[in-house]
Design a protein around this ligand. Structure first.
Ligand SMILES: [Zn+2]
Length: 523
């Protein structure tokens, strides 16, 4: 027993500094994309991944875990085992997977579609699908968004075969099963939860879509039966159309986005000042154009990278990232390194909960300073927009999850047909006539972020559950320090000492269920 504790501690002492160095290397490379930073990052990353692949270290963890360790020591060993397991495949196979992933990723970033004889990037394709009223141009843009699929599909199938080989060498059915197991997601429960998501969204989605289709048919001068994928406003119909979103930008005129985020966190009694001070928040040349939060050392060095501009989306994004950050800072300081971190579902739920505050009437009135009249006028529309967003997103996740399950069950199957069967079934989108093309492979996540989409949906569901629980217990979230205190105590402090599904139950009062999703979309 003492031996098991010693092994866990030794593993942590070995891994902790390497993880911090890799995180810092990543951060520096994102804030300033120089060759020197890229090289340093690669070196730190390699040292970290070599340690995770260390056979002797893994064997000692596995042994200690098998030999009856209990309680918190067992929990630490389980997490160390999960962290290291995927790296325990034969070196040649592991290198082959990394090489092929890198090559596919590179082809995605280099690929340009062609519209009207001109090479265009993803942003331009998205712009056309959002704005253009010309069905011919739309179709060309949509087709252009899929050409990368034909270019990489053979390699994505090969990646699935290699990943399966790796998973089987570790005693798992396939990569799908291995991914869920190491993320502590129960496959049977996932399948059942997604079936529930299908059940509760199917009818409201169909109802909402009838309106959308009538609107689109009128806009493009065709019959509803003639609508095809390029009539929707993004290449995969994974986002709500622009006119289903409430535009709050006019209220952000001459507002300080960072001050609004700071004010929001203060209202919850959550400490974000330290994070803001360490962060890199405004756009600059040579900097990552997205946003993320990183807990560098699991000892208080938490930072956000963002590209804040004067828009309402920027407020949502910054609150989202700070929602990750306050979680990291709220982890119990006495926890050992392995437990002083978050499960992806739990931290995503915290981030989504905080980001969503900016879309609530009470936030608009109390933090942004809108009049009660304006707030009341917006509230109904905001709730409908949220319902629509959840519907579109849930249906899309159902496609992705079912597809990836099938991909790993049989990488040689008729995936082209399967993709469109799923799109038709869950999204109600009619495939182009006689389409025979690997359109699924144009979705980059299938190649480089496999078996991950359910995490976003779980995070969204847990965020809804948490919001409801806080509403019931302390009357809301905005300007409620009691809400911040409950989050800190029940969600943040335990870290990974409590498995994520039990943590959800502990923090929200009941296990993950689709009840709150059903409520949110029934509008
Ligand atoms: Zn996030």
């Amino acid at each position: 027993m003492a031996d098991a504790a010693r092994i866990a501690q030794e593993a942590e002492m070995r891994l902790a500094p390497l993880a911090a160095a890799a995180n810092l290397g990543w951060w520096n490379a994102q804030v300033e994309a120089t060759e020197e930073n890229a090289e340093r990052r690669a070196r730190a990353e390699l040292a970290w991944s070599d340690a995770l692949a260390d056979r002797a270290l893994f064997a000692s963890v596995e042994d200690a875990r098998r030999n009856g360790a209990g309680g918190q020591v067992r929990r630490r060993l389980d997490l160390l085992y999960n962290l290291m397991l995927r790296r325990q495949v034969p070196d040649a196979l592991r290198a082959g997977i990394v090489e092929l992933e890198t090559s596919v990723d590179l082809r995605f970033s280099r690929h340009r579609g062609v519209v009207g004889g001109v090479e265009v990037g993803d942003t331009e394709i998205k712009r056309i699908l959002r704005r253009s009223d010309d069905p011919r141009e739309r179709r060309e843009a949509w087709e252009a968004s899929k050409t990368v699929g034909a270019e990489v599909s053979d390699d994505v199938r090969q990646l699935a075969r290699l990943r399966n080989e790796a998973a089987r060498s570790l005693g798992h059915r396939d990569w799908f099963a291995l991914s869920l197991a190491t993320d502590e997601v129960d496959e049977e429960k996932l399948v059942a939860t997604l079936a529930d998501c299908d059940r509760v969204t199917s009818e409201p989605f169909a109802r909402w879509k009838i309106d959308l289709e009538e609107h689109l048919a009128a806009r493009f001068g065709c019959a509803v039966a003639e609508l095809r994928p390029w009539h929707y406003s993004d290449p995969f119909f994974q986002e709500p159309p622009p006119d289903a979103v409430v535009d709050l930008d006019p209220y952000l005129d001459r507002k300080d986005v960072v001050a609004l985020a700071r004010r929001t966190m203060e209202g919850l009694g959550l400490e974000a000042e330290e994070i803001i001070a360490r962060s890199d928040l405004y756009p600059r040349d040579g900097k990552n154009q997205h946003a993320f939060c990183i807990d560098v050392d699991r000892a208080g060095d938490v930072r956000v990278l963002a590209n804040v501009v004067e828009t309402h989306d920027s407020v949502d994004t910054l609150l989202h990232e700070l929602g990750h950050g306050v979680y990291d800072l709220g982890l119990g300081g006495e926890l050992p390194w392995t437990l002083r971190t978050t499960h992806l579902v739990a931290t995503e739920a915290s981030a989504l909960l905080h980001g969503a505050l900016a879309w609530r009437r009470d936030w608009l009135e109390r933090v942004l300073g809108l009049s009660a009249g304006d707030g009341a006028e917006l509230e109904e529309r905001l709730l409908s927009a949220r319902a629509c967003e959840l519907l579109v997103f849930t249906r899309w996740v159902l496609v992705m999850n079912a597809f990836e399950r099938a991909l790993y069950a049989d990488p040689d199957g008729d995936l082209d047909s399967l993709w469109w069967e799923l799109v038709r079934r869950y999204q109600g989108v009619t495939p182009p006539d006689g389409r025979l093309s690997p359109d699924w492979a144009a979705k980059i996540h299938i190649a480089v972020a496999p078996v991950y989409y359910h995490t976003y949906l779980y995070g969204a569901i847990v965020a809804l559950q948490l919001a409801r629980a806080l509403e019931a217990e302390v009357g809301g979230v905005v300007d409620r320090p009691e809400a911040g205190a409950l989050l800190r105590e029940r969600l943040f402090a335990p870290g990974e000492a409590v498995r994520w599904d039990r943590l959800v139950e502990q923090a929200s009062g009941f296990p993950l269920s689709v009840e709150s999703l059903a409520r949110a979309v029934a509008r």
